[in-house]
Design a protein around this ligand. Structure first.
Ligand code: FES
Length: 197
């Protein structure tokens, strides 16, 4: 991919990070008392769990949060996206995620606790760029056989909607699924695995 593609990937990540930082600053101004009960920035950087409201995510869309300084996405997959996943298996490098990182609760074709919601660290396993969501089946920029998934603009790695890497691309592994748990049906805690808490 072009140098421009690299810059754009980094730019998106920096924009996401600065947006998150900006959001924290707004909360700090408006509700200093509440903030005092939340994990400090130092604790967050060290790995304190992060809570996410997933109730407003539209099907096919996602939200991002920072956890341990990494961009974590929560994506609401449609039924059509879920139905496509098993069909991708023959074209994947590690379809069963035997070599890839995820909690045991997510070692399945969906790589998630609840099929609809994918929670993943959006860092390419090649050299760490930020892949883009390319959910459209047959996206003209990716070819008629494209089943929908994630595309890394830096060197062209491709992942499906379970962030499992396709064969014959530079990335060696599926993207990472972090530990997480459902606090309620609409609130997810990133960084806390119920099984170990
Ligand atoms: S960093 Fe993603 S393909 Fe190289």
């Amino acid at each position: 991919m072009s140098k421009n593609g690299v810059d754009q990937g980094k730019r998106r990540f920096l924009l996401a990070a600065s947006s998150i930082a900006g959001g924290v600053a707004v909360v700090a101004t408006a509700t200093p008392f509440v903030l005092s009960m939340l994990p400090s920035a130092k604790a967050l950087a060290a790995g304190a769990p992060v809570e996410v409201d997933i109730s407003k995510i539209e099907p096919g869309s996602y939200v991002t949060v920072a956890w341990r300084g990494k961009p974590v996405w929560v994506t609401y997959r449609t039924q059509a996206m879920l139905d496509q996943l098993p069909k991708n298996d023959p074209n994947l490098r590690d379809p069963d995620s035997n070599e890839s990182e995820q909690p045991s609760s997510c070692k399945n074709v969906y790589r998630s606790i609840k099929p609809q919601y994918l929670v993943h660290v959006n860092i390419c396993t090649h050299l760490g760029c930020a892949p883009l969501l390319r959910k459209q089946v047959g996206d003209p920029t990716l070819g008629a056989s494209w089943p929908g998934g994630f595309f890394c603009p830096c060197h062209g790695s491709r992942y499906d909607m379970s962030v499992r890497v396709f064969k014959d691309v530079p990335a060696p592994l599926n993207m990472v699924i972090p530990p997480y748990a459902y606090k309620t049906d609409t609130r997810v805690i990133i960084g806390q695995d119920k099984a170990s808490s």
